[in-house]
Structure formats: C-alpha cells, structure tokens
Design a protein around this ligand. Structure first.
Ligand SMILES: [Fe+2]
Length: 247
C-alpha cells in the first residue's frame, strides 16, 4: 500500500490538487491543519472527506472548535481561523470535533505534534533534539510497535532517529528516500500548503509499507492563484506574500 502523507495544507487548494493530481497512492493520510491561513478551508476539508477522511486534529482545527482558545494564536493565525468559521459548512465544522489526536495505520502513526502530549501542540524543531517530548514519544512508539511517526506543525521537514545509545540524531529530508529499519523514526515531511523552510514548494511524503520506504517530495504549484484568493478574502497580505518566499 502506498500512503500519500500530507501535512499543514492550510486551505491551499492549489498545493493540495497539484500533489493529488501528480502522485500515485492508495490512501491519503492528513497530518492536521487542513484549514487556517489561506482562503479555501472548506474546499480542502471537502477533499479530505472525499479521500476517506483519514487524518488527525491540528491546532488550527482545534482553535476552530474551541474558540475560547483563539487568544493563544498569532493575529494572522486567528484571522485565518475566523475566516474558516465564517466560510465553512456547519457539517464540516462539526466533523472536526470527531478528528482524533493521533491515528495508527499499518505499522506507522500520524499526529499533528508528538505522542506524549498531543493536545498541547508543542513545537519541536530540528534544533530541539534533546526535547523530552521526543524521548517520551520514542518510548511510546517502542511500547506500541510503531515503526514511524509522521508529524507536522513546525512546517520544517526533518527526521529524528534514536540511535543505539539513546541519543537522538536529526537529518534533513530534501528530495530523498528513507528506508525504515528496526530503529523508530519521527518524520516531518514539511508543509504542503505553507512552506517555511525557504523552499516555496508543496512538501509531502509517500510511504510504501511493502518496500518500507519513505519518499520525500516537493512540487511547485500555482502560488499566484492561492495568493490572489487570500487577497480577495481580505486576509492579511503577509499570508499571500510569504508563499513566494517559503517563510
Ligand atoms: Fe500548521
């Protein structure tokens, strides 16, 4: 089975459709933050449901269903969530309440952040390799027999792997292939809809559970259309301009 793994789409239809139209897959797994920031949260959420609705809750969905928590978001993030609340179908907003915090599929798991405190949405960047959340997550993975955890949230592609002595190594992904062996890994394929690694492309991964290989991919997409829709929706200009810089 080939799993297409998409994180942090953030209402970006052009990035989502570019990937779906050009990749071979059997199932699609969504790492959360389908909504927020860009102009088309409902369209992206419809597509998620059409494709089987296999996905987890992101902090932007969490903000939409628990509006009392909106004060913790940045002003730009809050405006994106308010736009989603204004424009999305009630049934889609209701459906978000059923999204799990983590999901196990085949020999992998998906979660918007890490498995130890998934509802806290902790940020763990590549430079945070000594984070207790990574250590705790590797313990949970070993206990449950999870070979790889796919995660999003930071919009920063990377791989964390526990080495034999218990220390954690960090690797960049690039356009590469990772062969899964017995060492558990935590994989962030990066953001499909709002790259922040200065590579202004749609980032994603494909996992083949027969070959035990993860393919890291990026694609260019029609950023001008996404940006135009953001401006037409009167969302902050920065949410449009950042797409061209990958920041
Ligand atoms: Fe995000």
């Amino acid at each position: 089975m080939r799993y297409l793994i998409l994180g942090d789409i953030h209402s970006n239809t052009e990035a989502l459709e570019e990937i779906l139209g050009n990749e071979k897959y059997d199932k699609v797994l969504f790492l959360g933050d389908i909504i927020g920031y860009a102009a088309e949260p409902d369209k992206c959420y419809d597509r998620f449901l059409q494709l089987g609705g296999l996905g987890v809750l992101g902090n932007h969905e969490s903000g939409a269903i628990r509006q009392e928590s909106l004060f913790i978001f940045s002003s730009n993030a809050r405006k994106g969530i308010l736009h989603a609340l204004k424009t999305m179908k009630l049934e889609n907003l209701e459906h978000m309440k059923s999204l799990p915090l983590s999901l196990e599929v085949s020999d992998i798991a998906i979660c918007h952040t890490l498995l130890d405190e998934p509802s806290d949405f902790n940020y763990v960047f590549p430079e945070d390799k000594d984070s207790v959340h990574l250590k705790n997550t590797f313990s949970i993975m070993k206990r449950k027999g999870i070979r790889a955890l796919f995660t999003g949230h930071t919009h920063t592609p990377c791989i964390f792997r526990e080495s034999g002595d218990g220390s954690i190594e960090v690797f960049k992904t690039g356009e590469s292939v990772l062969f899964l062996d017995e060492r558990p890994v935590i994989i962030n394929p990066g953001s499909a809809g709002q790259a922040r690694n200065r590579i202004p492309r749609a980032h994603y991964a494909v996992y083949d559970d027969v070959l035990k290989k993860v393919f890291f991919r990026t694609r260019d997409y029609d950023k001008s259309s996404t940006a135009r829709k953001i401006r037409e929706a009167n969302l902050p200009e920065f949410l449009a301009s950042r797409l061209f810089e990958g920041i």
